[in-house]
Design a protein around this ligand. Sequence first.
Ligand code: S3P
Length: 433
Amino acid sequence: MDVTFAPSGPLQGRLTPPADKSISHRAAMVAAMATEPVTITGYLTAEDTLSTLEAVRTLGADVQREGTTVKVRGVGLRGPDARGTTIDVGNAGTLMRLLPGWLAGQEGREFRFDGDSSIRKRPVDRIAVPLGRMGARIEATDGRLPPFVVRGTKLHGIRYELPVASAQVKSCVLLAGLLAEGETTVVEPVASRDHTERMLTHLGVPLRRSGNEITIGPVDALTVDDIQVPADISSAAFPIVAAVLVGGSDVTIENVNVNWTRTGILTILRRMGAQIEGEVEQRADGAIPAGEPTADLQVTAGPLRGTVVEGDEIPLAIDELPLVALLGCFAEGETIVRGAEELKHKESDRIATVVDGLRGLGATIEATDDGFVVQGAGGIRGGTIAAHGDHRLAMLGAVAGLASREGVRVVGMEAADVSYPGFGDHVARLQQA
Ligand code: S3P
């Protein structure tokens, strides 16, 4: 589906973006690990997280969904069994990398994973290595790609130093640690999103953090309270950046998760000169995910200056780095992103697709081995950009169009449904308010 986004007048009004994708995946998985029914409210009903509901159904959980409310009756920590059926992860990398952690500890059972053509290009050796050290066997295509088989076994705890900061790999090892003998420690080079740790801690799992080391001990069973999912900062980032770039805009984004391990984009935007106001509200109702703070963010358009994004900041803004490239086109001076090789392993090779895509819209941007360099030119012309089946690239093109001089045609806009169904309606609503 091709959609053209014309240069926009001021964006105005209030918006609640879709539920957090990372927390929704985790909520469905931990609910499936319980045996008592769990109600998840505000679940993300996008393609990726519907794949997770389907996956836990395949494992034997009973899942009933009405809109964004999902009721799960799980199979228990040691109960999942796919009985020879393939677990289809669709386009969902997080599902593909987290679920094997739980399944690796299922003694004597095997689980086959597959997904769409894009997921078949995304590596699983990063989870096969630590799970292998814990005793499980992962047999992947060419040693590193889906389709792959997880052969469950009795696991033993390990100390694992992540070669790159990855919340997916960290979470996979921690979930395996729930079933392992002895303690399991994951050491991350720099902090990455910590939703798994927050959720498991709230459920009473013995988990402690000391600096960049997280240690988890095994449990016999999981008791899971009802879960409420806040809005996703990574989805919110698209209307936020649109409001910063489209002159005269004043938009409030409601109920957004502002866990500091996710808010790198807000820090970067503020450093570039953007005006973003918001009070963090700690949830008082005790519903999990506990300790996931939320805020209403008010964003107004204004001038930007270039910046450098590197080091510890990369994992905190990993999914928003394509937007930093677009912001750089509008900023005064140079904007550099480095130390972000991980972008090559996302839903597309996001160094190549972002640089090629934005260059096609008139940007002055160069790819590097680990990021990109953008020269600010007061904006972009417009043109056509291909989504390459990557939801974030589709929405990047849309935001670029709203802020461009001539408009942008996005080829493959349907990719946005992977994380942000209704994105086009939300844009239209802000234009009409
Ligand atoms: C995610 C972690 C990140 C992120 C992805 C979601 C998660 O991936 O890019 O969209 O929910 O744990 P990596 O852990 O591979 O960096």
